[in-house]
Design a protein around this ligand. Structure first.
Ligand SMILES: [Zn+2]
Length: 179
């Protein structure tokens, strides 16, 4: 732990010694309200349910959180800035196009998305039966292998707005290898 190498490990490297040749991680979080009369689209899967998520696009809270995690790893602005909800182009848009764009932005930087991992937090409906298809959809939108996509779901133990089935939230992390 001596010299430049040790100093770098301790986070003490001078700015010019910084190397971007490493995996950058990003975090994403999103929440949408549940409303009667809306489709419930999660991870690109249309899930039969009494309520769906409200939003300008298809309101796919899971894909939005993953998109923000990738954008975060790239140091880009968040999904709301890239795709304003005032823009009619994104009205009812399938959220895979946001993931396509995050993937494209990583490519512009010669970055490779190493993995994404996400947790959906929903009281209802049961998510588990749809996990495999969601992973497949997310991997396809990001041009990744399914094994690079982690996805879990949990309830909120009937606590708070998620527990009262007023909304669904998702959190995600992404690793992007930047040259
Ligand atoms: Zn969203």
């Amino acid at each position: 732990m001596r010299g430049a190498c040790g100093a770098k490990l301790l986070g003490l490297a001078a700015p010019q010694a910084y190397s971007a040749a490493m995996v950058h991680v990003g975090i994403g979080y999103d929440v949408h309200a549940l409303l009667a009369g809306r489709k419930l689209i999660l991870g690109g899967v249309d899930i039969p349910h009494a309520k769906g998520l409200d939003g300008h696009s298809d309101a796919d809270v899971l894909m939005h959180a993953i998109c923000d995690a990738i954008l975060g790893a790239l140091g880009e602005a968040d999904i709301g800035r890239l795709f304003p909800n005032t823009d009619p182009r994104w009205r009812n848009a399938p959220s895979r196009i946001f993931l396509n764009e995050a993937r494209r932005l990583a490519g512009v930087r010669q970055g490779k998305i190493v993995n994404v991992d996400a947790t959906l937090i929903a009281q209802e409906p049961k998510i588990f039966p749809h996990i495999r298809q969601m992973k497949t959809n997310i991997a396809a939108a990001l041009e990744m292998r399914v094994e690079q996509v982690g996805l879990k779901a949990t309830t909120n133990e009937h606590l708070g707005f998620i527990g009262r089935e007023e909304g669904i939230a998702a959190m995600a992390v992404a690793g992007v290898d930047l040259p």
